[in-house]
Ligand binder design. Structure first.
Ligand SMILES: CC(C)(COP(=O)(O)OP(=O)(O)OC[C@H]1O[C@@H](n2cnc3c(N)ncnc32)[C@H](O[C@H]2O[C@H](COP(=O)(O)OP(=O)(O)OP(=O)(O)O)[C@@H](O)[C@H]2O)[C@@H]1O)[C@@H](O)C(=O)NCCC(=O)NCCS
Ligand code: ADE
Length: 291
């Protein structure tokens, strides 16, 4: 009999998916230099956020992601009952996040996007391709949670003011920013030998070129949104974040967005969603426990 059991613990599917979701959030937070966002260099356009808080917030969400995956495994199919259980767990996760951060909204959009994707991946682990997982997540997002409160959130306010589509619609449409922009850009930049960090920055920029980011709209209006979209496109046109010209444009964009107080928090959440999907897609299948 040994005092310590040195055998590696076999994780359940729900635990592995929760690990991957938290890893994606931490990788997103650490990625630097991100325009106007919290990263290893500093707080971007934020006065109430810092990297340690982003990490603490990400870690606090592990039980919620595990519970969402577990619920999906137990229900076994997309349906209103599962949707409403996910809504309850998501709202409880938001409360845990707020307790951890002392009331600062670090990851509301990420709980939504990753929560749906974790559940979608858990529903059919043998079908973990990006388009299958995002389609199942979209089917969940399209169901109307009868218990969802309808607060006048920042997203709801800019929807009223600008007619903007936000986090809900992004999920209901099957995460087009991830499927059509971030993942292809991530793969292109990797294939061009740009290095993993630059490839991830390019994926974030690809999201920013077209996203109607309700954080940016709320903080900096349509001018802020256009500055974000055009600036991100100009970095990619200049050769992306691995090129010297692209880096210069990225630095300018960072300065411009900070001056406008425009933080692309929605784009950051979708980068985390992209990294999560990239991991489950590239593993040898979720069931094999290859990650
Ligand atoms: C359906 C919900 C997503 C609610 O959506 P709604 O638009 O009504 O709510 P918001 O509170 O505005 O949250 C949406 C968050 O989503 C991110 N986001 C923004 N634009 C997009 C987009 N186009 N596509 C995808 N995601 C997007 C964004 O999150 C990030 O920004 C947060 C900081 O934002 P904000 O609160 O505006 O904070 P600041 O400007 O910094 O505030 P001040 O300093 O000025 O005070 C940050 O947390 C990032 O995460 C938006 O904030 C959904 O949340 C919902 O219904 N949840 C209930 C639970 C549930 O049903 N879950 C289902 C299972 S998972
Ligand atoms: N890195 C980051 N900085 C600011 N807001 C965020 N929301 C999600 N990730 C973020």
């Amino acid at each position: 009999m040994h005092a310590f059991n040195l055998q590696p613990k076999t994780l359940t599917l729900a635990e592995r998916l929760a690990d991957l979701a938290v890893d994606a959030l931490i990788d997103e937070a650490d990625l630097s230099p991100k325009p106007a966002l919290v990263d290893r260099r500093g707080n971007g356009a934020h006065t109430d956020l810092h990297l340690g808080l982003m990490h603490a917030s990400a870690l606090s969400l592990w039980p919620a992601f595990k519970e969402m995956a577990q619920a999906a495994i137990e229900f076994g199919e997309v349906g209103l009952q599962l949707r409403e259980v996910l809504g309850r767990i998501g709202r409880e996760g938001e409360q845990t996040m707020l307790v951890t951060t002392n009331g600062v909204n670090t990851h509301r959009g990420a709980i939504w996007a990753l929560g749906l994707l974790v559940a979608a991946a858990a529903l059919e682990p043998e079908s973990s391709g990006a388009s299958s997982v995002t389609l199942r997540a979209a089917r969940l997002a399209l169901l109307d949670d009868r218990y969802a409160p309808h607060p006048l959130s920042h997203g709801a306010q800019v929807a009223q003011r600008y007619g903007a589509r936000g986090a809900r619609e992004e999920a209901q449409l099957g995460f087009p920013s991830v499927l059509q922009r971030a993942l292809p850009q991530l793969k292109r930049s990797r294939a061009a030998g740009h290095g993993e960090q630059n490839a991830r920055l390019d994926a974030l920029l690809a999201i920013m070129t077209q996203l109607s980011d309700t954080c940016v709209l709320y903080r900096a209006g349509e001018h802020g949104l256009h500055t974000m979209q055009l600036g991100a496109q100009s970095v990619l046109d200049a050769g992306g974040s691995a090129s010297l010209a692209g880096r210069r444009r990225l630095h300018e964009l960072d300065q411009q967005l900070i001056a406008l107080n425009a933080s692309p928090g929605g784009a950051a959440d979708l980068l985390a969603a992209c990294l999560f999907i990239d991991r489950i897609e590239s593993a040898d299948g979720i069931n094999q426990g290859a990650f």
